[in-house]
Design a binder for this molecule. Sequence first.
Ligand SMILES: [Mn+2]
Length: 432
Amino acid sequence: MEIITTHKNTDLDALASLFAAKFFYPQAKLVLPSRINPNVRFFLSLHKNIFSYHSQNDIDLKKVSRLIVVDTNCWNRLEGMNSLRKQNDLAIHLWDHHPIKGDIESNWSCQEVIGANTTFFVNRLEKASKKITPIQATLFLAGIYEDTGNLSFPNSTAKDARAVAYLMDMQADLKVIRKLLRGVYGPKQKDVLFKMLKNNHRMKIGNYCISINSTKINGHIPGLAIIVSMLQDILNVDAAFCIFLEKDRNQIILIGRSLVDGLNIGTIMRAMGGGGHPGAGSVLLKDVNPVSVKEWIIELINGNQQSTIKISDLMSFPVTGIPPDASMEDVDIIFKEQNYTGLPVMEGDKIVGIISRRDFNRVRDSSHFQSPVKAFMSTNVITIDPRSSCTKAARLMIKHDIGRLPVVEDGRIIGIITRSDAMRYFYDLLPE
Ligand SMILES: [Mn+2]
């Protein structure tokens, strides 16, 4: 019998090496130590049916004729393998990228100082034009990234970079990798995530597959938003909502994530008194029952489907305007009193121009203060339709370097949207 094993406190590079080695020793059994890192445990529980392996207890070591060791060269880093040390006719293959020599004597070895042990296998897989699945590519790339700090650690080599390129060709999923490598994801976060996975509820609302979960949390737990993203990835739903119940403070943190355009988290969260953008948002709710929160979410999704947030939801109204014959002094007073930086110039409800603080740069002597606004206003007015998206408003403001857009419907001005309205929409922050 042949077995492949790796070091205890198994990290992603070790795990990836273990599974990658199987391509070269197809008869071998994989033996994983019982002590493994949290992100390795997470990965394995996520892919239970895809990656199979044995524990050292399942194996009769007396029957082992060949031992393949990956990502270490020291006996004391292996788990439960001591009896093999004295076995005479044991063949040992060693694949190790560590610079310091250890005490495992091998019959054959691949030893070279490179960034990640996984690279040895990936370089060879590429050479042999072996096809690997996206999930395998994802694990292998996570292993290389973890050991090389995304190719930024000084131990990284061109071979590692080539392996990365190959794995990207093989469709490694960078989103999953980013989540696997996130530092904030630790035992506390894992417990919350697993609890949520256990009593996960999936449902179909309209065309969307939604998950709404609730769980109790004790005290502050950082990284709740990351847990929600992970949950969404694992469940593969269009949108995920997590209700975190803080019993001792009698409050609920609701966090939502959406991957589809028609389901706008920001709109839903704003309706509940919170904030967010189309893909992510949150709200803090006091003294509410989690069951009613769930019903509320469903109601809002039903009401908000297909509609992304429109300019008309964000604009301010009624609009303060100024007639074209008003003096620049009048404008100056309004700017100072109201702390405005711009005003539409209006004839009735028709917009004829716009005057902004910037136009005062052309006011050189005091007599200009008596001149009418129409002499200084800009007449090239960029406006926006109330049914347009916020993204379009932001693009127009950037393109024309202006801070506000009059919202015009059928030639009439019905509101105004400012840069800070747009910023509020895009940058509403999540609680942390
Ligand atoms: Mn390693």
